[in-house]
Design a protein. Sequence first.
Length: 180
Amino acid sequence: MIKGKSLKKLMAQAALAATVYWIWAERNRLMYDEGNGTPQQLFRIITRDVSIRITSMKKRFRDTTDNRLAAAKIGRIDLIINTIVKPVRWEKPREGWYKLNADGSFSENKAGYGEILRNNKGMVSFACTVSSSTRSILFLELMGLAAGLEIALKMGEKKININSESLLATRILRGQDHPT
Protein backbone atom coordinates (compact mmCIF):
# COMPACT_ATOMS: atom_id res chain seq x y z
CA MET A 1 0.00 0.00 0.00
CA ILE A 2 1.20 3.50 -0.81
CA LYS A 3 0.82 5.62 2.31
CA GLY A 4 1.12 9.35 2.65
CA LYS A 5 -0.63 12.60 1.90
CA SER A 6 1.92 14.29 -0.37
CA LEU A 7 0.95 15.09 -3.96
CA LYS A 8 3.48 12.54 -5.22
CA LYS A 9 1.95 9.81 -2.99
CA LEU A 10 -1.60 10.75 -3.99
CA MET A 11 -0.59 10.53 -7.66
CA ALA A 12 0.85 7.06 -7.02
CA GLN A 13 -2.32 6.01 -5.16
CA ALA A 14 -4.50 7.30 -8.01
CA ALA A 15 -2.33 5.46 -10.55
CA LEU A 16 -2.57 2.21 -8.58
CA ALA A 17 -6.35 2.50 -8.14
CA ALA A 18 -6.89 3.33 -11.82
CA THR A 19 -4.61 0.49 -12.94
CA VAL A 20 -6.41 -2.09 -10.79
CA TYR A 21 -9.84 -0.85 -11.90
CA TRP A 22 -9.08 -0.71 -15.63
CA ILE A 23 -7.32 -4.11 -15.66
CA TRP A 24 -10.38 -5.58 -13.92
CA ALA A 25 -12.69 -3.84 -16.43
CA GLU A 26 -10.60 -5.14 -19.35
CA ARG A 27 -10.71 -8.65 -17.89
CA ASN A 28 -14.52 -8.42 -17.74
CA ARG A 29 -14.68 -7.25 -21.36
CA LEU A 30 -12.57 -10.23 -22.42
CA MET A 31 -14.66 -12.70 -20.39
CA TYR A 32 -17.95 -11.48 -21.82
CA ASP A 33 -16.72 -11.28 -25.41
CA GLU A 34 -17.02 -7.54 -25.76
CA GLY A 35 -13.70 -7.25 -27.55
CA ASN A 36 -10.46 -6.10 -26.12
CA GLY A 37 -8.27 -3.05 -26.32
CA THR A 38 -4.56 -2.85 -26.89
CA PRO A 39 -2.14 -2.32 -24.01
CA GLN A 40 -1.51 1.18 -25.41
CA GLN A 41 -5.23 2.00 -25.25
CA LEU A 42 -5.41 0.69 -21.69
CA PHE A 43 -2.39 2.79 -20.71
CA ARG A 44 -3.98 5.93 -22.24
CA ILE A 45 -7.23 5.29 -20.36
CA ILE A 46 -5.38 4.82 -17.05
CA THR A 47 -3.26 7.94 -17.65
CA ARG A 48 -6.35 9.99 -18.53
CA ASP A 49 -8.17 8.75 -15.43
CA VAL A 50 -5.27 9.69 -13.13
CA SER A 51 -4.86 13.04 -14.85
CA ILE A 52 -8.54 13.91 -14.44
CA ARG A 53 -8.51 12.88 -10.80
CA ILE A 54 -5.39 14.85 -9.93
CA THR A 55 -6.16 17.98 -11.98
CA SER A 56 -9.60 18.27 -10.40
CA MET A 57 -8.12 18.42 -6.89
CA LYS A 58 -8.93 21.38 -4.70
CA LYS A 59 -6.51 20.44 -1.91
CA ARG A 60 -3.21 22.29 -1.75
CA PHE A 61 0.11 20.80 -0.66
CA ARG A 62 3.15 21.84 1.34
CA ASP A 63 6.01 23.40 -0.61
CA THR A 64 8.45 20.48 -0.91
CA THR A 65 10.69 19.47 -3.80
CA ASP A 66 8.68 16.27 -4.40
CA ASN A 67 5.37 18.15 -4.38
CA ARG A 68 6.72 20.89 -6.68
CA LEU A 69 8.05 18.33 -9.19
CA ALA A 70 4.77 16.38 -9.11
CA ALA A 71 2.71 19.56 -9.56
CA ALA A 72 4.93 20.75 -12.41
CA LYS A 73 4.57 17.42 -14.21
CA ILE A 74 0.80 17.83 -14.33
CA GLY A 75 0.92 21.57 -14.97
CA ARG A 76 -0.72 22.45 -11.62
CA ILE A 77 1.89 24.41 -9.69
CA ASP A 78 -1.08 26.24 -8.14
CA LEU A 79 -1.57 23.15 -5.93
CA ILE A 80 1.52 24.17 -3.94
CA ILE A 81 1.15 26.42 -0.89
CA ASN A 82 3.87 29.02 -1.16
CA THR A 83 4.87 29.49 2.46
CA ILE A 84 8.37 30.84 2.02
CA VAL A 85 8.50 34.55 1.37
CA LYS A 86 11.93 35.93 0.72
CA PRO A 87 13.04 39.17 -0.85
CA VAL A 88 14.13 38.73 -4.42
CA ARG A 89 16.44 41.01 -6.28
CA TRP A 90 18.20 40.69 -9.56
CA GLU A 91 21.81 39.57 -9.30
CA LYS A 92 24.05 40.76 -12.07
CA PRO A 93 26.27 38.37 -14.02
CA ARG A 94 30.08 38.54 -14.12
CA GLU A 95 31.88 41.09 -16.26
CA GLY A 96 31.40 40.32 -19.97
CA TRP A 97 28.45 38.01 -19.35
CA TYR A 98 24.71 38.41 -19.89
CA LYS A 99 21.85 37.11 -17.80
CA LEU A 100 18.70 35.69 -19.40
CA ASN A 101 15.62 35.63 -17.20
CA ALA A 102 12.53 33.85 -18.52
CA ASP A 103 9.14 33.14 -17.06
CA GLY A 104 5.87 31.56 -18.08
CA SER A 105 2.46 32.08 -16.57
CA PHE A 106 -1.22 31.55 -17.14
CA SER A 107 -4.53 32.55 -15.63
CA GLU A 108 -8.09 31.52 -16.41
CA ASN A 109 -8.13 33.16 -19.83
CA LYS A 110 -4.54 34.13 -20.67
CA ALA A 111 -1.19 32.38 -21.02
CA GLY A 112 2.23 33.42 -22.17
CA TYR A 113 5.92 33.66 -21.55
CA GLY A 114 8.55 36.33 -21.59
CA GLU A 115 12.25 36.82 -21.46
CA ILE A 116 14.73 39.58 -20.75
CA LEU A 117 18.49 39.71 -21.39
CA ARG A 118 20.67 42.14 -19.42
CA ASN A 119 24.38 42.80 -19.29
CA ASN A 120 26.46 42.92 -16.10
CA LYS A 121 25.51 46.58 -15.56
CA GLY A 122 21.80 45.74 -15.66
CA MET A 123 21.23 47.35 -19.06
CA VAL A 124 18.51 45.58 -21.05
CA SER A 125 19.65 44.11 -24.37
CA PHE A 126 16.19 42.84 -25.24
CA ALA A 127 12.89 41.92 -23.64
CA CYS A 128 9.77 40.42 -25.12
CA THR A 129 6.54 38.63 -24.26
CA VAL A 130 4.56 36.09 -26.26
CA SER A 131 0.95 34.96 -25.85
CA SER A 132 0.19 31.26 -25.95
CA SER A 133 -2.82 28.98 -25.78
CA THR A 134 -0.87 26.32 -23.88
CA ARG A 135 -1.86 25.68 -20.27
CA SER A 136 1.35 23.89 -19.22
CA ILE A 137 3.52 26.06 -17.00
CA LEU A 138 6.54 23.85 -17.75
CA PHE A 139 6.03 24.29 -21.50
CA LEU A 140 5.68 28.06 -21.08
CA GLU A 141 8.84 28.27 -18.93
CA LEU A 142 10.86 26.23 -21.44
CA MET A 143 9.52 28.23 -24.39
CA GLY A 144 10.57 31.45 -22.66
CA LEU A 145 14.08 30.09 -22.16
CA ALA A 146 14.31 28.73 -25.72
CA ALA A 147 13.07 31.97 -27.29
CA GLY A 148 15.42 34.06 -25.16
CA LEU A 149 18.42 31.89 -25.98
CA GLU A 150 17.61 31.98 -29.69
CA ILE A 151 17.47 35.78 -29.73
CA ALA A 152 20.65 36.12 -27.62
CA LEU A 153 22.58 33.77 -29.89
CA LYS A 154 21.36 35.61 -33.00
CA MET A 155 22.69 38.80 -31.39
CA GLY A 156 26.07 37.08 -31.10
CA GLU A 157 26.05 36.69 -27.33
CA LYS A 158 27.70 33.47 -26.17
CA LYS A 159 28.32 34.07 -22.45
CA ILE A 160 24.83 33.74 -21.03
CA ASN A 161 23.69 32.87 -17.51
CA ILE A 162 20.22 31.33 -17.62
CA ASN A 163 17.68 31.98 -14.85
CA SER A 164 14.31 30.34 -14.29
CA GLU A 165 12.05 30.12 -11.26
CA SER A 166 10.90 26.69 -12.45
CA LEU A 167 12.70 23.91 -10.59
CA LEU A 168 11.64 21.33 -13.17
CA ALA A 169 12.75 23.50 -16.12
CA THR A 170 16.12 24.00 -14.43
CA ARG A 171 16.47 20.25 -13.78
CA ILE A 172 15.64 19.52 -17.44
CA LEU A 173 18.26 22.00 -18.67
CA ARG A 174 20.85 20.41 -16.38
CA GLY A 175 19.95 16.94 -17.69
CA GLN A 176 18.68 15.84 -14.25
CA ASP A 177 15.09 15.28 -15.41
CA HIS A 178 13.08 15.08 -18.61
CA PRO A 179 9.71 16.49 -19.67
CA THR A 180 6.71 14.16 -19.47
